[in-house]
Ligand binder design. Structure first.
Ligand code: F6R
Length: 341
């Protein structure tokens, strides 16, 4: 029988595919790493997760997965400064895979300046050095991955720190069960991703999320950008029904856009109606419209199922365009040039 992943392997010089498929192992290893760090529970008035790109998405996904389990606020911040309302009672988790991302380092310092409790998650770099010097707990991440493909670590660490500081109920069991769910769904996910990528071929994908799937839609978009080196966009229901939907009116020329709706069984019934109605309304001007319902028992399992599906779609789209998913030259150029200035 032929290998359904062969087309990806042909162009994937640095083996991003295995990194993507290691998501279940990452979840379990991350649980172990947090436990091994021996952190003491601490009371905080909410959690702010600071990071950029592949190091921020785990926090956003964690926030969505925790859902109703959140007892206090949990924000994800992607910038040089903390939100102005950040009080010293908040806990701040700084995540940078390399440990050298300037925005995240600036937030780490800003958190010190206001006297907030800090945590760091990184493989090393300036963040690890600064954290150790200040006796801030560090959750060490394993080296050798592209930051975006360490998402299982970013997700789990954010969930665990949220629980540790009393912002949310702990979801260790759900994370463990989700890992098993992903393993048993692997072949279906691979087949589904190949099919979706085929339908998206030659188009600009626009990914629509709702509630649980809002950060997943952004993950799909970013993964298509970074792995397939293509434009992709994301938005969310119900907001898109109040602006973006009008952009689909145009019918004078063939539309380059294809829409993907990521729906979830937990979403508000009116949201489901909206997703169906919106899909029908835009269908005449879309290259294709694809609706995907997340699969799994718990929110955590369904969210991660949809993340893995999107990651695989992005690798199939890379193969479709004949590009190596690993390198992200544009991001590195920006970092290099800013570093030189
Ligand atoms: C690279 C990637 C990027 C980085 C971002 C921040 O795979 O996804 O979005 O995550 O440039 O760098 P780190 O993660 O090292 O703080």
């Amino acid at each position: 029988m032929s290998d359904p992943l062969a087309t990806i392997r042909e162009i994937d010089a640095s083996n991003q595919l295995d990194a993507v498929l290691s998501l279940p192992d990452q979840l379990r290893d991350a649980l172990w790493r947090v436990e091994s760090a021996g952190l003491e529970p601490a009371e905080a008035n909410g959690l702010v997760v600071c990071g950029m790109g592949g190091s921020a998405i785990g926090g956003a996904l964690a926030r969505a997965a925790l859902g109703d389990g959140l007892a206090r606020s949990m924000e994800v911040f992607r910038d040089y400064e903390l939100p102005p309302w950040t009080s010293p009672e908040r806990a701040i988790l700084c995540v940078s895979y390399s440990g050298d991302t300037e925005e995240t380092l600036a937030c780490f310092e800003a958190a010190d300046a206001i006297g907030a409790r800090r945590y760091a998650a990184t493989t090393g770099g300036a963040l690890a050095r600064a954290a150790r010097a200040a006796e801030v707990p560090v959750i060490g991440l394993p080296a050798g991955l592209q930051p975006r493909h360490a998402v299982g670590y970013g997700f789990t660490v954010a969930c665990e720190i949220a629980a540790l500081v009393g912002a949310a109920a702990g979801i260790r069991t759900e994370i463990d069960t989700a890992a098993a769910h992903l393993e048993s769904a692997r072949d279906t996910l691979v087949a589904g991703a190949a099919e979706i990528a085929e339908q998206l071929s030659g188009s600009v994908p626009v990914i629509y999320g709702c509630d649980l799937t809002v950060p997943v839609a952004y993950r799909w978009k970013s993964q298509i950008n970074e792995n397939a080196k293509r434009h992709a966009f994301d938005h969310q229901l119900p907001e898109l029904d109040h602006n973006e939907i009008v952009g689909w009116t145009r019918d004078a020329e063939p539309a380059p856009f294809a829409a993907v709706f990521l729906t979830d069984r937990d979403q508000h019934p009116r949201q489901r109606e909206r997703a169906e109605l919106t899909a029908n309304l835009i269908e005449p001007t879309a290259r294709s419209v694809i609706s995907i319902e997340t699969e799994g028992e718990t929110r955590v399992a369904r969210l991660l199922w949809a993340v893995l599906l999107g990651d695989l779609v992005s690798l199939y789209l890379a193969a479709d365009g004949g590009v190596d998913p690993g390198p992200i030259e544009m991001i590195e150029r920006v970092k290099d040039e800013l570093g030189r200035s």
